[in-house]
Design a protein around this ligand. Sequence first.
Ligand SMILES: [Zn+2]
Length: 238
Amino acid sequence: MENARTVICTKCGAQLEPDQDYNIYRCNFCGVAFGSSILFNKDAMEKADKSLQLGEYNEADVWYRCVLMREPKNFMAFRGRILCAGKWKSVTEIDTEVMSEVRIKKLYKRIEEAMGHSDDEEMDYFASFRKVVSVIERYCQNENEINPLNARLAKLSEQRKQFYIQQEEAEREAEEQPVRVITEIYGETAVKNSVKEVEQKLQPLLEQRKYLDHEFRVARQFLIGVEKKKGIDTTQKK
Ligand SMILES: [Zn+2]
């Protein structure tokens, strides 16, 4: 007969209660339930890492949670859950990519959870992870501002092309009928000014982008450095 073991809910921190036969452990506060065969699987960590390497992030996350329910300070499980939230197999895979606000929020939440439960010596690591995520967040904002401006430029350039075609036609006609004076094509100056205006808005954003790219590389390198110091294999396993 199995005895009740202490299991902590990764969602709310309450203790999970076993059912009569110790088959299912349930959190009476938030309703999370886990089968004991999963919960007490001795290969949970191994299974988690394997799923992570395969890019099965939801599955990996469940295994990491199982580890944390038994060992609420397990560093590798916290790290794994953050990687799962970002859909990264390792920290070397992290890049400046556009991601949804939901995913960024989830990443911050996982990092906060890790910082709230880990020992002091792990804080550097999670702080550097938070730095990486904050650069990605700003990168996404920057991208969201740049994209509509680029789209506007593309439209304006299309309009300009149309003006050139009209102008060429006008010039051809003028050659045939020298009496006609080529007048400025209506709206051309407005388009030119619009292009200037958009380019002026774009320029500081592109500079910011360059700065963010640099800041990102530095932050990620720092994170990789902390992993190396901790003896984590940062190269990707096949
Ligand atoms: Zn709970």
